[in-house]
Design a protein around this ligand. Sequence first.
Ligand code: SF4
Length: 515
Amino acid sequence: MSPAPSPVVLRLILGDQLNVQHHWFGSVDPDVVYVLMEVGQETGHVLHHVQKVTGFFAAMRGFADRLRELGHRVVYIRLDDPDNGQTFASNLARLVRDLGAARFEFQEPDEYRLDVQLREVAEKLGLPLACTGSDHFLTERDTVRNFFSGKKRFLMESFYRDMRRSTGLLMRDGRPVGGKWNFDKQNRRPYDGSVPVPPSPAFDNDVSSISDMLGSVGVRTLGRIEPARLNWPVNRRQSLELLEEFVNNRLAAFGTFEDAMNREHRVLFHSRLSFALNLKLLSPQEVLNRVVAAWDDGRSGITLPQVEGFVRQVLGWREYMRGMYWAFMPGFKKENFFGHTRSLPGFYWTGNTRMACLAHAVGQSLDFGYAHHIQRLMLTGCFALLWGTDPDEVDAWYLGIYMDGIEWAELPNTRGMSQFADGGRVATKPYVCSARYINRMSDYCPGCDYDRRDGAGERACPFNSLYWHFFHRNEALLRGTGRVGTVYATWNRMAWEVKKGLLKRAERLLDCQEL
Ligand code: SF4
């Protein structure tokens, strides 16, 4: 008599958990079945960029193939499979039944919504359950909460320095190398053409079958995709290639031009690694190790300010934002400090605006699913805040349009940093600007239909009057918050006629649908 088969363990892998180095995959167990699924509940959660959906699905399908090559048992449910119930709950219930699973396991989801949902699903399945870490982040979910416990302010800088000390990255004898924590003053210059921008690496992934399937199933998406071309890394090999390309070609000028914006060069010296990082095709530790090693070997000509600028993003901001997300969810998702209720202007969906800066930033986002952090913070985010947009709408737009848009990263950056909807927990002041900043950091203003020097005239740059309107209408909320004192001092020094002209111009713009 043959022995009874061992009960199956069903392990769920989410689309942003494509970490082949996870401890789950260290050995092959024939009793473990891994499941990945494309589900309508996720494609329809917000309106996603078409490249984001195809990129996720291409990466998930490739990951399933890789696990099979390694000898693991894998079930992959495609979006158009006839048996697909289109939710995690229905598909898991069917698989448990069909496979006779006796245990359900999953990795910690990074999104609050899915964390709640999977625990409910697990309870309904009525199986013994295990939830394990994702082996990805450098900190735990509650590290930031614990770090700031009992403190009034949540300064990223304090957290970042603590991370430098605890990891020893860019530290020597307990002190920061170079004697400084921060090289911002040497960094963040406008792009002047002094360093040639290398061409973007092309991956040319053929995703036509996925695009066709999205069309046949009727998935609504935004943005554009060239037929059969996805220029994003969808597996570990391509992700490592992108990391090498960044280290070899861009890192040496990364910090210097990290805040610059340019019509011709949409990526400039940025790494574009966030998609691969957020899907866990790469680990932040290996990215940091590679970048620091490139500086440390002394041969590359990469200077400390460039490396520190990058380390600050990955070791500091990325871990901090993830920790702030878990510290303040679910309330974070409802915060609306200014009580904003307006809708995003229509050009956020088309790029059709006479404002050259926003036409470029939105246009490249629609074309490519990408804009770098200053384009997001000081152009699209800034305008949405000046416009008085409901943060729910801003969140949904950012979550959908960007390749790296996953809620743990998107929400604290958008609702916290960019929209100041948390009242100043993440940001120490509202990040808004007039044309002066945009003109200093970009080449957008020359040739724009609007006049960057004018505040109140018919051709006046909308940023100028909306900037003052924002501070004027929110004076009761903002006056007294430390870092806007000089703004109100300047406003108070203005002649009433000047103020009146700016406010009238802003009111006209806010009534207008065509900008
Ligand atoms: Fe943007 Fe104003 Fe400059 Fe035009 S003038 S590009 S709207 S900042």
